[in-house]
Design a protein around this ligand. Structure first.
Ligand SMILES: Cc1cc2nc3c(=O)[nH]c(=O)nc-3n(C[C@H](O)[C@H](O)[C@H](O)COP(=O)(O)O)c2cc1C
Length: 169
């Protein structure tokens, strides 16, 4: 099927190595905007974002995850939060955050950028909030690391549709 959306979905890979080229503010805002246009229950838009490009902040955040090398090598990081005081249903709000993050990854792909969803850093979410100067009203969902890809050698695979489809009635 010939569709730019499907092409982005299938072409997107997690990118963990970046070159030194900087990302424009316009592209960073476009990625956040794509996140904002994800669906959310009751359209409550519970997501909030912090954009990080400052090296000293990146270095502090790198210390909070096993994937510090990715954090250091990225040109930009976008921390995605749920605002607890905007939430109405824990499951649905977390699902909305996932949709938001996936939109951001697809937007990065569409803009010729590379991105990876970093979740391991959540084990130190309190320390991340403290580094970013945020209160505990904000619950970290992921850090998206972004940059121009160093190469396109990434491979990934998926289980077969037949293994995953429980019933077609
Ligand atoms: C909830 C979640 C957490 C993840 N956390 C990390 C992470 O901490 N570090 C990392 O390198 N990749 C992380 N990933 C990326 C996955 O490893 C990756 O999406 C998966 O291996 C499939 O590869 P692909 O994205 O290239 O298709 C995470 C992905 C998700 C959805």
């Amino acid at each position: 099927m010939n569709s730019p959306v499907l092409e982005a979905i299938y072409k997107r890979r997690s990118i963990r190595e970046f070159n030194v080229r900087g990302i424009s503010l316009e592209k960073l805002h476009e990625i956040v905007k794509a996140g904002i246009w994800a669906p959310s229950g009751l359209n409550n838009q519970p997501w909030r974002f912090v954009i990080i490009q400052d090296s000293s902040f990146k270095e502090k955040l790198a210390g909070q995850t096993h994937y510090g090398h990715i954090v250091r090598g990225a040109n930009a990081l976008i921390a995605v939060y749920l605002a607890k005081d905007e939430m109405y249903d824990a499951v649905k709000d977390h699902q909305s955050a996932g949709a938001c993050i996936q939109n951001m990854l697809l937007a990065a792909e569409a803009l010729d950028l590379g991105a990876v969803w970093l979740g391991q850093i959540l084990k130190n979410k309190d320390a991340v909030n403290s580094i970013l100067g945020l209160s505990d009203n904000f619950d970290l969902m992921a850090v998206v690391a972004l940059g121009y890809p160093l190469h396109h050698n990434q491979k990934s695979k998926r289980k077969k549709l037949s293994e995953l489809l429980l019933r077609h009635i």
